[in-house]
Write a protein that binds this ligand. Structure first.
Ligand code: M6R
Length: 357
């Protein structure tokens, strides 16, 4: 039930720190060490390329997963939209390993890919929130998200849960490959959970920002680079699906190659800046839109912040910044939808689980 919450979406946003802690607990053995089925790690690390296949928010989580897995395991990883992959399959390597991301485990677009790769005899792992779901039953292996039921059509806690489980998988696979990783992912996930709590404690900041800058605008942009680009794709999907504001999530450097033509007086442009290597470049892009009249709002990571920033995120491990940077964007989507008078939990034209291709 919603309890005292007005909507499932805000309840599920609030649950994220607890979900991350529960995931860590669920993947710890009696000695307090992270552990997953050794057969998964064996097959995954024997692979020469990982293919992540998913739709919507799960697809966006997949891009963060690619960053984490490549970083920790050195295995090249591709991310694909299910409905494209099944009918226009890329050339596969000799030893592919498939990871399906699906909160519901029932997404037909993803299932048709699983059926095809099962017929080809390739190993697969489903990360899902739904034990016993179709994608879980039909894949060789399953890892559960342990996020609890996600009722709001807009996915929030499943995104962060997928990233947390992928991070655990990445660390264990990296160790299985023999890498001496200078990383304690369980500890880092705990830090991220606490950081999310502090952002949620300040949710009025994002309500105010939504009321002032998004509740009447026709369109909006999120921009970011590198790992922040992956997050802005999810930020844009969330805002458009619940608020109906036409939103694009763009690689910041790509804006000037065409899309900047859409910037008008007052167009909201939200930049996410957590990646030190590209922070200066993204700030430059924010300046470019400001000089064309945009209303720029920068969400930056502690240590990379500037006095003019709209919000500063607590510092977390560099592979886990999406866990914190996505939260303001979920809150912005929620409050923009709320103040536009939309049905927050059941946005028009959408279903929670999409069981047709
Ligand atoms: O259950 P799945 O993770 O397979 O669902 C995939 C998408 O349909 C889902 O993420 C959708 O994009 C949500 N409405 C996003 O909030």
């Amino acid at each position: 039930s919603k309890g005292t919450y007005p909507h499932y979406m805000i309840k599920e946003i609030d649950e994220q720190p607890a979900v991350i802690r529960k995931i860590v607990q669920n993947y710890q053995n009696d000695n307090g060490e992270l552990e997953i089925d050794a057969a998964i790690l064996e097959e995954m690390t024997a692979s020469d390329r990982i293919y992540i296949v998913a739709c919507g928010t799960s697809y966006n989580a997949g891009w963060v997963g690619k960053q984490i897995i490549e970083n920790l395991t050195n295995i090249p990883t591709e991310v694909h939209i299910s409905s494209e992959f099944g009918y226009n399959m890329p050339l596969l390597t000799e030893k592919p390993f498939f990871i399906f991301l699906s909160q519901s485990g029932e997404t037909a677009d993803s299932r048709q890919v699983l059926v095809k790769i099962n017929a080809l005899g390739h190993p697969s792992l489903t990360l899902t929130n739904a034990p016993g779901s179709t994608l879980s039953r039909e894949a060789k292996y399953t890892l559960l998200l342990h996020a609890g039921p996600e009722i709001a059509v807009a996915s929030t806690k499943a995104y962060t849960a997928q990233i947390a489980v992928l991070a655990i998988l990445g660390e264990l696979a990296g160790r299985r490959k023999g890498f001496a990783l200078d990383l304690d992912i369980a500890h880092e996930l705990g830090i991220a959970a606490t950081a999310i709590e502090s952002i949620i404690d300040e949710k009025e900041v994002f309500e105010q920002l939504s009321v002032t800058h998004l509740s009447t605008s026709r369109n909006a942009f999120y921009i970011g680079r590198s790992i922040d680009y992956y997050v802005v794709m999810e930020a844009a999907l969330k805002l458009k699906e619940v608020s109906y504001v036409q939103t694009e999530g763009f690689a910041a450097g790509e804006l000037k190659h065409g899309t900047i033509a859409l910037i008008e007086e007052g167009t909201p442009v939200i930049s996410i800046i957590t990646d030190p290597t590209t922070a200066g470049h993204t700030r430059g892009n924010a300046q470019e839109v400001i000089s064309r009249g945009a209303h720029s709002m920068i969400i930056s990571l502690d240590g990379l912040d500037q006095p003019e920033d709209a919000y500063v995120l607590p510092k977390v491990h560099h592979l886990l910044t999406p866990l914190v940077s996505v939260v303001p964007t979920q809150l912005i989507a929620y409050y923009t939808s709320l103040h536009r008078g939309n049905d927050v939990d059941k946005p028009r034209n959408l279903a929670k689980s999409v069981t047709v291709e």
